[in-house]
Design a binder for this molecule. Sequence first.
Ligand SMILES: O=C(O)[C@@H](CO)OP(=O)(O)O
Length: 256
Amino acid sequence: MAETPYKLVLLRHGQSDWNEKNLFTGWVDVPLTAKGREEAARGGELLAAEGLLPDVLHTSVLKRAITTANLALESADRQWIPVKRDWRLNERHYGALQGKDKAQIRDEFGEEQFMVWRRSYDTPPPALDDSSEFSQAGDPRYAGLGEGIPRTECLQDVVTRLLPYWETEIVPDLKAGKTVLVAAHGNSLRALVKHLDGISDEDIAGVNIPTGIPLYYELDEHLKPVTANGRYLDPEAAAAGAAAVAAQGSAQGPAQ
Ligand SMILES: O=C(O)[C@@H](CO)OP(=O)(O)O
């Protein structure tokens, strides 16, 4: 077993097409915007400047996380490291909200319902019908899930599917002394941060993860953060980015 602290870097993908358009995205496999690609490359520069060079990469199976990781590793000159991809790192499945405009949903259903669907711990949006153009039923990358493929998820569902992956795939890499990069999504990373920092079901509603800025955790032998909430490698940009995510769908909210 390697010496502690274990080194874990979490990276939310850079701005995607649908972040820019302010649409609920979930499992829809949208690409990065030009800004998102720049954010990703800069994320890698921040890692290199800090001397935090990943030894292994874990990503979701969605291209916005995969491309972000590729661009970040290119700027950190670490393109050669081994990679594991798994659907359990995917964004939360947003059910029938996938493809819908956030501001329109807020106007149609009201602020309270909008926030319940967006940030409550245990209330999923209505399920997405398999016939929808935004459904993933029938997508070959999820063939192994069979009928178990999600049609909607709340954050609790994400915690439930993510933690076994954390325990069996990520923790062994950390314990082997590897610097681990996890490139994933706003809500799958909120699920992981909730677990690491022991954040309550209520308080996690107020946690938002900005795009493209590495969040660095040092973990002790019990896999508890040495510093609560970790450390963003660019704290100012992270605070602004998190505020922009929080404001999405509000009257003043900039798309980000
Ligand atoms: O649409 C989504 O999939 C997520 C992340 O972009 O949105 P939200 O921050 O509203 O959970």
